[in-house]
Design a binder for this molecule. Sequence first.
Ligand SMILES: [Zn+2]
Ligand SMILES: [Zn+2]
Length: 282
Amino acid sequence: MQLFITSLNSGSNGNCYYVGNDREAILVDAGISCRETEKRMKRLGLSMGKVKAIFISHEHSDHIRGIAVLAKKYQLPVFITPATLRNAGLGFTGLQVISFQAEEVISIGKLTVTAFAKQHDAADPHSFVVACGDVKVGVFTDIGVPCANLIHHFQQCHAAFLEANYDDDMLDQGNYPFYLKRRIRGGKGHLSNKQALELFTACKPSFMSHVLLAHLSKNNNCPKLVQELFDAHAGGTEVVVASRFEETPVYTISHTGYRYESISINHKPVVATSAPLQLSLF
Ligand SMILES: [Zn+2]
Ligand SMILES: [Zn+2]
């Protein structure tokens, strides 16, 4: 069993992560336009026809601004918690909206998606682990602290999108106002390079083949710095820095000795409401 993964865009200007097998796929977040999503998928040889659902991590605009058009055009169900939906302030009218809860295992064909709660300054933020058989990929961005949940799930993943948002010195010396610096670091903001590296070195399982470092700050980080920092501790893991401007290549994640168990659950639709658009953290 194999999973194919790519970051279509990563950063405060828009996040969209693709995880799929040979028959079906999901997107985690849809923070770039429908047109850009289609264009980037096409360049990679990926088909929107395989995408069966969009999972929403939280309501910040860099994670949701493309949803309405994309979901409507391709008739995709949007998995979103009621609190995130209430705070998203988007036109979900006419969309198939499905609620989920932390630790609920959701089947999308042979993929399973499990959400878990994370620390971030949003209404009800979650991260996701997508599995196909025994192969697991984590999507871990917009996280204030490497909590027990994150550590637990990171340790099980064959590949992970892992936030490395800022370099401490660059944030210190940068021109962000004090309140924003404090918000980024305050435990409900973003993971620093140092925090991500500590998690990576202390908790990376021996079978993790790829880490895609994600959601790098435009002003407080540098892709080359992050690449070098993680390369020095990579062991056998391929380190990829996901771009704010373009898609990464598609990576194939596999695991020998696979075992598959299908688990189905019932989903209850939730009612769409509108609320002010939440701004993203840088
Ligand atoms: Zn974000
Ligand atoms: Zn966020």
